[in-house]
Design a binder for this molecule. Structure first.
Ligand SMILES: NC(=O)c1ccc[n+]([C@@H]2O[C@H](COP(=O)([O-])OP(=O)(O)OC[C@H]3O[C@@H](n4cnc5c(N)ncnc54)[C@H](O)[C@@H]3O)[C@@H](O)[C@H]2O)c1
Length: 254
C-alpha cells in the first residue's frame, strides 16, 4: 500500500483516541510507522486500546481535553518518551443531542464548547510552542458537516464546529511561514460511539433537520476519515494548509 510506513520516525498526539475515528487513526498511524500519544477521557477504552495495539510506539494518557493540566500531561509524555512530536490530531468531540437554540441550557453549551473548541485551543497552543522551536509540525482538526451548514446538528454543536474552522484558518495563516500546517476534515456520517450524545432530546430540533439528515447516506467505517487525517499529517500533504477537506461521501455536494 502506498501509505505504508509514511510516518516512520514521526510522533503524533491524538485526542479522542479511545474510540471511533481517533481510535482508527491511532491504530492506522501505528501501522504506518508513527509513535502515538493516545489521549482520551475514557480510561477503560484506552486500556482496551493498549491491550490491542500496545507496544513501545504507543503511550496512553487519560485526561479531559478541556483541562489544561491534563493536556499538558499528554504533551509532556510525548516529549519525555519520544523527544517531542511532529503531529497533532484534534479528534475528541461530543454532540449536543440536537438541541435547538430556544431549548438550550447553559450546561450543554458549556460542555460542547469545552470539549470541541477549548480542547483544541489548549492542545494547539502547546503543540505550537514546540513546533515553532522545531520549525515544523502538522495539525489536523476534526469538524463536521455541521461546520458547513445549519442543518446537521443542534445550535451548540453547529456553532462549535464552525469555530473549529476559524481555529484552523487562523493557525494556517499565522504559521504558514514557519513550517507549520493546519487543516480541518469535515466527515459526514461515521459509524462510531458519538451516537451517545446524538440522541435527540426533543422533537423540535430533529424535526427541522430530518429532511437534510436523510440525504447523508450510509455511515462509513472510521478508518475512512482516519486515512484522510493521516494523509493530511504526512509529508505527502506538504503544501496543503488551511484546507477544509469535506469527506462526506458527497452529502454536502447536493
Ligand atoms: N461519527 C460521526 O458521524 C461524526 C461525523 C462528523 C464529525 N465527527 C467528529 O469526529 C470526532 C470523533 O468522534 P467519533 O465519531 O469518533 O465519536 P466517539 O464518541 O466514538 O469518539 C470520541 C472520543 O472522544 C473522547 N472524548 C470525549 N470528550 C472528551 C474529553 N473531554 N477529553 C478527551 N476525550 C474526550 C471520547 O471518550 C471518545 O473516545 C468528533 O470531533 C466528532 O464531532 C463525527
Amino acid at each position: 500500500m502506498a501509505e505504508a510506513l509514511r510516518h516512520t520516525g514521526a510522533t503524533v498526539v491524538v485526542t479522542g483516541a479511545a474510540s471511533g475515528i481517533g481510535r482508527a487513526l491511532t491504530t492506522r498511524l501505528l501501522r504506518e510507522g508513527a509513535n502515538v500519544v493516545a489521549f482520551d477521557v475514557a480510561a477503560d477504552k484506552l486500556a482496551e486500546l493498549e491491550k490491542e495495539a500496545g507496544g513501545a510506539a504507543l503511550v496512553t494518557v487519560t485526561g479531559d481535553v478541556s483541562v489544561e493540566a491534563d493536556v499538558r500531561c499528554a504533551h509532556d509524555a510525548a516529549v519525555a518518551t519520544f523527544g517531542g512530536y511532529d503531529g497533532l490530531a484534534n479528534v475528541a468531540g461530543v454532540m449536543d443531542w440536537f438541541v435547538p437554540a430556544h431549548e438550550l441550557d447553559d450546561d450543554t453549551w458549556e460542555r460542547v464548547f469545552a470539549v470541541n473548541v477549548t480542547g483544541p485551543m489548549r492542545t494547539t497552543r502547546l503543540a505550537l510552542d514546540q513546533f515553532l522551536r522545531r520549525g515544523r509540525g502538522a495539525i489536523v482538526n476534526v469538524a463536521s458537516e455541521a461546520a458547513l451548514r445549519g442543518a446537521a446538528g443542534g445550535f451548540a454543536y453547529t456553532a462549535a464546529k464552525h469555530a473549529v474552522l476559524g481555529q484552523t484558518k487562523s493557525v494556517a495563516w499565522a504559521y504558514r511561514g514557519e513550517g507549520i500546517r493546519c487543516n480541518v476534515v469535515c466527515p459526514g456520517a461515521v459509524d462510531t460511539n458519538l451516537g451517545t450524545s446524538a440522541t435527540p432530546r426533543g422533537d423540535f430540533g430533529i424535526d427541522k433537520l430530518r429532511p437534510v439528515l436523510r440525504l447523508r447516506g450510509p455511515s462509513v467505517d472510521p478508518d475512512q476519515p482516519a486515512g484522510t487525517i493521516s494523509w493530511l499529517l504526512s509529508a505527502e500533504a506538504a503544501n496543503v494548509t488551511g484546507a477544509v477537506l469535506v469527506a462526506d461521501g458527497g452529502w454536502g455536494a447536493g
